[in-house]
Design a protein around this ligand. Structure first.
Ligand SMILES: Cc1ncc(COP(=O)(O)O)c(C=O)c1O
Length: 391
């Protein structure tokens, strides 16, 4: 296929040229001075992206799933109770990982398409007068449903309930795309991977950790060796790791952090909000519905679209690939076959989005869905035209 690939899934995202070039340099000695400088730059840059001056950053070769595990084993012990807010495929996975370590998981369930209700979190915490719950688990942006939960409100719920539980937040598909503030929102562990807002290939597990979480770590008894953050933090002080690190990804990370810094985080958030809204308008103009129920919870990094009745989304996604080599996200777990997901995050611009939306229209039409070609594109373009930022 000529032209660029249309990887319109909600991560991995396309890697910008600058990042690819940075990653293609020769590997350096991971115990040498050049490497130490690279580590210090990456850790400082990540603090900025997590909006955390107070926290510590921990980076492992791994993935978002590994980051769940690192977060849990370093803060909790088998037999501890946690409140897991579950509103989709990934929040289910976070809760299951805790259960796999013998942690007692109290689930607070919400339907696919809904966000986490801070009021319900407050109620559950208020009922726990003995403070048995050690942590609250939340996924900021549920990538399976296109729903962003209000973490600031959840923090306020913990405070109102005067509950000392740790706040552990998955920001895999929101960091560096949707505003997320570790210090201001009192988040104890925020965890992510590199392949979404950070615009890198997959291969890292990245955490921002509060002092409170570090102290919890001293008492935590979950078995851990590779994921133990204590030796990583210790060696990081000297710009080293206790194992051979993913040097190329760190080269890429330094470059992607520089790009985010040049654009400015507030502008990065605005760009995602604008592209997200343009995508939603396109979907609406095509007569399709979103899985996310409340406008205040619409995700600015992806849109999960309900497949019209009588059509299977897995078959449609296979069709979109066959016709145009357009990659769209599948429906996961409870919404398998029922939704397709359009990713609009990372190093994306207006034309990238419009190209993807044109592909969605064309392939839906050729799949047999009744729609007017160009209706979605026109709605997206009109919105983009009304909101052109001064460059
Ligand atoms: C919100 C969320 N959490 C966790 C994960 C798991 O990350 P990984 O696939 O990198 O292990 C994903 C992956 O898409 C995700 O979107």
């Amino acid at each position: 296929m000529s032209g660029r690939p249309f990887l319109q899934i909600p991560g991995p995202t396309l890697v910008p040229e600058r990042v690819t070039r940075a990653m293609s340099q020769s590997i350096i000695d991971h115990r040498g001075p050049k490497f130490a400088a690279l580590v210090h730059e990456c850790l400082a840059g990540l603090k900025g992206v997590f909006q955390s001056e107070k926290g510590q950053i921990v980076v492992y070769p791994g993935s978002g799933t590994g980051a769940w595990e690192a977060c849990l084993v370093n803060t909790l012990s088998p037999g501890d109770r946690v409140l897991a807010c579950v509103n989709g495929h990934f929040s289910t996975g976070f809760a299951r990982t805790a259960a796999a370590y013998g942690i007692e998981v109290d689930r607070l369930d919400f339907p696919y398409g809904a966000g986490v209700s801070a009021e319900q979190v407050e109620q559950r915490l208020s009922e726990d007068t003995a403070h048995q719950l050690r942590a609250v688990l939340v996924v900021h942006n549920e990538t399976s449903t296109g729903v962003t939960s209000n973490v600031a409100a959840i923090r306020a719920a913990l405070d109102r309930a005067r509950h000392p539980a740790l706040l552990l937040v998955d920001v895999v598909s929101s960091l560096a795309s949707i505003d997320f503030r570790v210090d201001e929102w009192g988040v104890d562990v925020a965890l992510t991977g590199p392949q979404k807002g950070l615009m890198l290939p997959p291969g890292l597990a990245i955490l921002a950790v509060s002092d409170k979480a570090l102290h919890a770590g001293e008492k935590a008894r979950c078995p851990r060796a590779y994921w133990d953050w204590a030796p990583v933090l210790e060696r990081n002080k000297r710009g080293e790791f206790p194992y051979t690190p993913a040097t190329s990804l760190l080269f890429g990370l330094r470059e992607s952090l520089a790009m985010l810094n040049e654009e400015g985080l507030p502008n990065v958030f605005k760009r995602h909000a604008r592209l997200g809204e343009a995508c939603r308008r396109a979907v609406g103009a095509l007569g399709l519905r979103l899985l996310c129920q409340k406008p205040a919870e619409y995700s600015n990094t992806l849109t999960a679209v309900l497949m019209p009745a009588g059509f299977d989304s897995d078959a449609y996604i296979a069709h979109a690939w066959k016709v145009l080599e357009l990659s769209l996200g599948v429906g996961l777990s409870e919404v398998k076959g029922k939704v397709f997901r359009i990713g609009h995050l990372g190093g994306l611009n207006e034309l990238d989005l419009l190209g993807g939306l044109a592909g969605v229209e064309l392939t839906l039409k050729s799949f047999g869905v009744n729609l007017r070609l160009g209706a979605g594109l026109a709605a997206a373009e009109e919105y983009l035209l009304e909101t052109i930022p001064s460059r």
